[in-house]
Write a protein that binds this ligand. Sequence first.
Ligand code: NI
Length: 146
Amino acid sequence: MSDLVRFGIAVESALLEGFDDHIARRGYENRSEALRDLMRAELAKDAWDRGEHTVATISIIYDHHVRELTDRLIEIQHEHGDRVIAATHVHLDHDHCLEVILAKGPATVLKRLADRLIGAKGVISGDVTGLSILRRGARARGTRDP
Ligand code: NI
């Protein structure tokens, strides 16, 4: 890690105690690393909110007996073939399937892809998580879709 900058912050003691308890439970060895991770997470969230270049995991659970749903989900992914990196399919039980789709690109595009998959008729539940592909410590702003 290069170019470290030290700074001081003022915070209520009760808040700091709560934070220390929290980071201890999470396994952090010191506040600095916990704060760095919080900052990175916030910058990644900001990049996602702004529609910048990110990676995303889209998870869906559906009943594969629903008519034409499996074909529809495959069709949607093929329409975004330049964005979908990989997909994993798990047969959860007799009726239900879990699919996790990994995609990269502008968050605006990935959000639309996630909305279409999660919103497809017969999908029981779904979730999308956007992650920054920025290097550790890099700024979230000014990223471009390569
Ligand atoms: Ni299945």
